[in-house]
Ligand binder design. Structure first.
Ligand code: AMP
Length: 218
């Protein structure tokens, strides 16, 4: 399967795509994670990307397109993949279409995580992630806190807040989403790939809906 997740910031793309990746044993390709790895390693891409990410803006299309071309043509993606956060603009979506035609692997479905939650900003600003790169478990200070104060339940490393999850940047990320990414819903609907899933509520219930939508046994 070749699945793409769409959704506003905080809709749960990361959580649901990681769960689906584990369930289907397919690589989880998160644009945000790939960019943050580059930032952490101080690569040239990371230095450029950071200046956009720190403002809550999108990183230029060419950077993402080159990154995903390299990644999607890798041997681990031959049997499928789960895309999380790419594409985020029409230019990226068209480049992805072209690439998938070249490698003869069209998308199976696009899952749009639909959320209309007045608490969305609180959900994002309260989000904390494990600082251990190979764990990256996600918590929420109020809605799903760790057992031990700000320490990861899985690997005992400290939890951190993503710099762009601070309140002042979250509003800008919503504006960018509405202008640049929301039009992809119609784009994939016209291609008859779009499947909308109600993403409000418990993450396990939402995951059951995702599996049902993809006709994967729960
Ligand atoms: P995320 O972890 O998916 O919320 O992404 C964090 C940040 O990385 C975004 O706010 C953007 O600055 C950048 N980013 C992630 N994916 C893309 C993309 N497909 N195109 C441009 N910028 C992106």
């Amino acid at each position: 399967m070749r699945i793409l997740f769409l959704g506003a910031p905080g809709a749960g793309k990361g959580t649901q795509s990681k769960k689906l990746s584990a369930r289907l044993r397919l690589p989880h390709l998160s644009s945000g994670d790939l960019l943050r790895e580059n930032v952490k390693e101080g690569t040239q891409t990371g230095v450029v990307a950071k200046s956009y990410m720190d403002q809550g803006n999108l990183v230029p299309d060419e950077i993402l397109i080159d990154m995903f071309r390299a990644r999607l043509t890798g041997p681990d993606c031959a049997n499928g993949f789960i895309l999380d956060g790419f594409p985020r603009t029409l230019v990226q979506a068209k480049a992805l279409d072209q690439l998938l035609i070249e490698i003869h692997h069209p998308l199976t479905a696009v899952i749009n995580l639909q959320i209309n939650d007045p608490l969305l900003v609180e959900r994002i600003t309260g989000r904390r992630t494990c600082s251990n790169q190979s764990c990256q478990a996600v918590y929420h200070v109020k809605f799903s806190p760790p057992g031990n104060d700000m320490i990861c339940d899985h690997c005992n490393n400290p939890l951190i807040q993503r710099s762009d999850d601070k309140e002042e940047l979250v509003k800008q990320r919503f504006t960018v989403y509405a202008h640049e990414t929301e039009p992809l819903i119609e784009y994939y609907d016209k291609k008859l790939l779009l499947k909308t899933v109600d993403a409000e509520g418990d993450r396990d219930n939402i995951f059951a809906l995702v599996l049902q939508t993809l006709k994967v046994p729960v």
